[in-house]
Design a protein around this ligand. Structure first.
Ligand code: ATP
Ligand code: ATP
Ligand code: MG
Ligand code: MG
Ligand code: MG
Ligand code: MG
Length: 265
């Protein structure tokens, strides 16, 4: 086909390849989910339906992008780990970044009615996304440990905050009560005032969700693995499957196990 005289503008599209042989992490995060969760009456501190929907959207991404070998989710965020050797989209940063967050978002909307049958979406939710490269396993482990530490810190705070609020304090009072407290203080408030043993709160709230793509060779032998891997187990373990009842259109996602710590069910 003959080139048009306009074609030169293509040269303004600069290549944006990601460094070869590095771990690619794509982290998505809901935009303004503080408000979104209010508008859609999420239960506080943790709405299980919302977490299950996030896990479903993550599963959808893993079903489509086989180079995503693991994912970690908490609150309104999810991190997707793409294998080091990946040639996905020739490792073009914006293609990878935009395709993953787009599929995640559309899946979130697509599956919304299943998880919130009585709550129509009030407006289209939006997620942002970034790509970070990690050179080695050490940094990668520390990355996921960092996200899981964040899950713990936020959840302990939120659990205590909402216990105070449900116990009669205003949100401003609860904020003030918690000012300057450390985790020991929060555990103590929960236990002595509300009879809540923080360690008995479901793991999915305290530690987040982990999705692992099980290597085909180990698939048959994984059914007896412990239900919960700690963060230290992540790179090698295949956690047990809590497979969803919801069909995932056009995808072979049987090999993805989502460990959402359903010990509370
Ligand atoms: P930003 O656009 O900067 O990300 P944000 O309002 O989304 O702002 P985050 O720090 O991402 O802020 O926090 C997400 C918020 O969404 C949480 O603080 C919480 O209020 C709410 N949220 C997300 N998931 C849940 C859930 N499963 N149950 C209850 N609340 C949730
Ligand atoms: P890629 O993932 O590389 O973008 P693609 O299949 O989306 O692949 P495009 O070059 O983006 O390829 O072309 C989009 C194609 O979608 C068109 O070639 C056409 O077949 C189809 N298409 C898009 N919009 C319409 C439309 N409004 N009516 C009919 N066909 C459409
Ligand atoms: Mg954000
Ligand atoms: Mg957010
Ligand atoms: Mg967030
Ligand atoms: Mg296209």
């Amino acid at each position: 086909m003959a080139k048009s005289r306009f074609e030169y503008v293509r040269n303004y599209e600069l290549p944006d390849p990601l460094m070869p042989n590095t771990f690619i992490v794509v982290r998505i995060d809901g935009r303004g989910f503080h408000k979104f969760s209010d508008t859609h009456s999420f239960e506080k501190p943790n709405d299980r339906r919302a977490l299950d929907l996030m896990d479903m959207a993550a599963k959808s991404v893993m079903g489509e992008y086989k180079d995503v070998i693991m994912a970690f989710g908490e609150s309104d965020e999810y991190s997707f780990l793409i294998k080091r050797s990946s040639k996905l989209y020739n490792r073009r940063r914006s293609k990878i970044n935009s395709s993953i967050v787009s599929l995640f978002t559309s899946s979130y909307v697509f599956y919304w009615p299943h998880f919130f049958p009585n709550m129509p979406l009030q407006y289209p939710p939006c997620f942002d996304s970034r790509v970070v490269l990690y050179p080695g396993v050490t940094e990668l482990r520390d990355y996921f440990s960092w996200r899981q530490a964040d899950t713990h810190i936020n959840n302990l705070y939120n659990t205590t905050f909402w216990a105070l609020v449900h116990g009669g304090q205003s949100t401003a009072e609860a904020n003030k009560t918690l000012q300057g407290t450390d985790s020991k203080d929060k555990n103590e408030i929960l236990f002595s005032q509300y009879g809540i043993n923080y360690n008995n709160i479901p793991e999915i709230y305290r530690k987040g969700s982990i999705c692992v793509r099980e290597p085909p060779s180990t698939h048959a032998s994984t059914s007896k693995l412990p239900i919960r891997a700690t963060i230290d187990d992540i790179p090698t373990s295949a956690s047990s499957s809590t497979s969803s009842r919801i069909p995932t259109p056009n995808q072979q996602s049987e090999s993805i196990s989502i460990n959402t710590n359903k010990s509370d069910e």
